[in-house]
Ligand binder design. Structure first.
Ligand code: AMP
Ligand code: GLY
Length: 425
């Protein structure tokens, strides 16, 4: 089959790498892609916001499957436009993509379907939000309703911080995303990510991971898109995964289908493992970045065939996804200044020869300038390796980093620390 992959990050490099090596893939295009993806795909300069142009490209190139990597085009309805034009798409339509596009939408759905999550309130009026604050106690979580590139969540320790966050959101600090806010009860526990594929009817688990969202070692400093991750997440035991499927994923898929907005693609559940069992923090309507890099490293099988089955509603007949038992761990190399103001243009040397067997460097914000590889974004490389456990995978990943010369970059040295502490015991 001929496939078009939309996106340009480390997540899309990992997807492209697995799609291109699928027996059922004859040709892979990526738009716009990046230099790493260019090794596996033909790069095309398409604007994902121009739905007609994407559909025309698909028609001209006899595309059998479109895989949409990032959330923005899904929330923007690219899936609807391409399906209306007759193409098979991996990724939800605009209505079910509200699971990521509107935090209030997800909370209301959880409430209707009795899915365990933090208590909440939606507010589109500042005075009402301020008046409602006290009943949530402290700390309290304040979220901009819409997409805010992972920055729209404030955990307020004091009443003053909470009020300031509400003022900021209604004052336009998060643009349109903050026109409505969600107040949430603060949940205590360890976080883990769980993935499932669904065609709206059939659902299959698709692995677990844990990531490190804070920029600094020891999980301190500003939130980022993710500085590293590993898969599987041993804290998500088989028993807990079963609970997550039964109490969170399945009711979500069933509610969306019953309400006329069937979900198609990957559901990425951010979970809090509380004393009362796993609770949903949030949904994403796409793979995580960098979680995708570790999932794809462990995935065994024909990804293209599996994604086509999801897109066509044939997941019930597809092979059950299988993953290598090994642990995969990825360390993000970011440009200095990330996340606030990453330095662009810095040289990167050694990438072509740094990785050996069981090791892989995924490109994210890279570009070719004067025939040399340079940094062009915040997160630049995602250096991934496998091992028998987190400790071994981590050693293998940092061994690759030692071979990469990226003077204007930085990375955390402690990816996987929580799990490594448990492995020592
Ligand atoms: P989100 O973008 O909704 O995943 O939120 C970003 C981060 O904020 C999560 O990964 C959690 O660490 C934290 N968070 C969000 N909601 C809650 C909550 N209700 N209780 C505790 N922490 C939360
Ligand atoms: N790494 C978290 C995310 O992709 O949302």
């Amino acid at each position: 089959m001929q496939i078009l992959l939309i996106g340009s990050g480390g997540r899309e490099h990992a997807l492209g790498w697995r799609l291109a090596s699928s027996a059922s893939c004859d040709k892979l295009f990526a738009a716009p892609g990046n230099p790493g993806i260019g090794e596996d795909a033909e790069l095309v300069a398409l604007d994902a916001g121009d739905h007609a142009a994407v559909a025309e490209f698909c028609a001209q190139n006899e595309i059998d499957l479109v895989v949409v990597g990032p959330e923005a085009p899904l929330v923007d309805g690219l899936g609807d436009s391409l399906r209306a034009a007759g193409f098979a798409v991996f990724g939800p339509d605009k209505a079910p993509a509200q699971l990521e596009g509107s935090k209030g939408f997800t909370k209301d759905l959880c409430s209707r379907a009795d899915i365990p999550t933090a208590a909440y309130a939606r507010h589109s009026d500042k005075a009402a939000a301020l008046a409602d604050l006290p009943r949530f106690g402290l700390p309290v979580v304040i979220k901009a309703d819409g997409l805010a590139a992972g920055k729209g969540v404030i955990i307020a320790e004091t009443g003053e911080q909470a009020e300031a966050a509400i003022e900021d959101m209604f004052g336009g600090g998060f643009g349109d995303a903050g026109a409505e806010v969600v107040l949430e009860e603060f949940m205590v526990g360890e976080e883990a990510s769980f993935f499932a594929l669904t065609d709206g009817e059939n659902i299959v688990p698709f692995g677990s991971a844990q990531d490190h969202k804070r920029v600094g070692e020891g999980d301190v400093g500003p939130n980022t898109g993710g500085m590293g991750a590993y898969s599987p997440a041993p804290v998500l035991t088989v028993e807990l995964e079963l609970q997550v499927m039964q109490r969170i994923i399945r009711p979500t898929v069933e509610a969306l289908s019953a309400e006329g907005m069937p979900y198609n693609g990957v559901l990425f559940a951010g979970l809090m493992l509380t004393d009362e069992g796993p609770k949903l923090i949030e949904y994403n309507c796409r793979f995580g970045d960098p979680e995708c890099q570790v999932l794809m490293t462990r995935f065994k099988g024909d990804l293209a065939a599996l994604m086509l089955a999801v897109a066509k509603g044939d997941l019930g007949e597809a092979d059950i996804p299988e993953f290598d038992d090994a642990t995969a761990l990825t360390v993000v190399m970011a440009a200095k200044g990330y996340p606030a103001s990453p330095e662009k243009g810095g040289a990167i040397l050694g990438v072509d020869t740094a990785a050996g067997e069981g090791q892989k460097i995924f490109h994210a914000g890279t570009a070719i300038k004067d025939r040399a590889l340079v940094a062009s974004g915040g997160r630049v490389l995602s250096v991934t390796a496998t091992g028998g456990n987190v400790t071994h995978a981590k050693d293998a990943a940092y061994a690759v980093i030692d071979n990469v010369d990226f003077p204007s970059g930085f990375y955390r040295r402690d990816i996987g620390w929580r799990e490594m502490e448990r492995e020592v015991k």
